[in-house]
Design a protein around this ligand. Structure first.
Ligand code: SAH
Length: 264
């Protein structure tokens, strides 16, 4: 049979359903099947019509997510049988989302796909936390890095480049390595008093924020028991949150070290 469907690699944004793109919503509503993982928030899942099949690859058997090669194979198989397969991913599919691995697999299998960008956690969580990623005179660039490394693997990042006081550093998946990352930034020359922020469940009513600096943030994240998904933002613009706060979640904020002396 020649009939073959298409896989849409769709970014669902960080959690607030209002941050879905119009295209993402339209595709979800017209899908034959939606394949999603654990970052997709409940209010977004509620927007999938009840007749559409859903496959959760974030928590397959037990608590483990489905291995990536199985997800790749699943998407290809579904596209051979269905018209429209929506692969729903948190944030943006091409930013730490493995969307590119899935796209490469589909291309090699000769299966059509489209990529629908989503609002990545760095853009959304910073905005909802009242932190601009750039600010004239304060930060002239942004770097997005992963803090996820296998247990005993050394954290292999370019510390000199990352320890840039004129740029904002955003760390995805950085909960377990936060203490080591902050220490390495300080050894690479970044001022230990550089403002830093951790945001849990950014953009959702449950959003929680903890402010500190390179020395205090790891301890505060621990004592406040912040949990994944956690985004870390480091840089002078974090200090603007005191003035730029607008989003009122139900989760608590630790303002202890909110330093308002930006640019001082
Ligand atoms: N593709 C996604 C990132 C996937 S990696 C994107 O573009 O946003 C998963 C990491 O993203 C989490 O460990 C966390 O660091 C970050 N993240 C995603 N959504 C988040 C949210 N709502 N709040 C805080 N961090 C989030």
């Amino acid at each position: 049979m020649n009939y073959q469907g298409k896989v849409y690699l769709v970014g669902a944004g960080p959690g607030d359903p209002d941050l879905l793109t119009v295209k993402a919503l339209r595709l979800m509503q017209n899908a034959d099947v939606v394949v999603y993982d654990r970052l997709i928030s409940a209010p977004i899942l509620e927007l999938i019509p009840s007749g559409v099949s859903r496959i959760n690859v974030g928590k397959a058997a037990g608590n483990h997510s489905m291995p990536q090669d199985e997800i790749n194979a699943l998407l290809a198989n579904l596209a051979r049988r269905r018209r429209s397969v929506v692969r729903l991913k948190g944030g943006d599919p091409f930013i730490f989302g493995r969307g590119s691995e899935e796209a490469l697999h589909l291309r090699r299998q000769g299966i059509d796909f489209e990529v629908v960008p989503g609002i990545t956690a760095a853009a959304a969580c910073s905005a909802y936390a009242g932190v601009p990623l750039t600010h004239r005179g304060t930060s002239r660039g942004v770097r997005l890095v992963t803090g996820h490394f296998k247990n005993d693997e050394p954290i292999d990042l370019d510390w000199r480049a990352l320890a840039d006081p004129d740029a904002t550093l955003v760390i995805y998946m950085g909960k377990s390595t936060l203490r080591r990352v902050c220490a390495r930034l300080v050894s690479a020359g970044l001022d230990p008093a550089t403002p830093a922020l951790a945001v849990q469940d950014g953009t959702l009513p449950a959003q929680r924020r903890v402010f500190g600096d390179l020395l205090t943030l790891p301890g505060r994240v621990k004592s406040m028991a912040l949990d994944a998904p956690l985004l870390i933002i480091i840089g002078r613009t974090v200090a603007l949150a005191g003035e730029l706060e607008w989003f009122q979640p139900t989760g608590e904020t630790s303002h202890a070290a909110l330093d308002q002396r930006v640019g001082a």
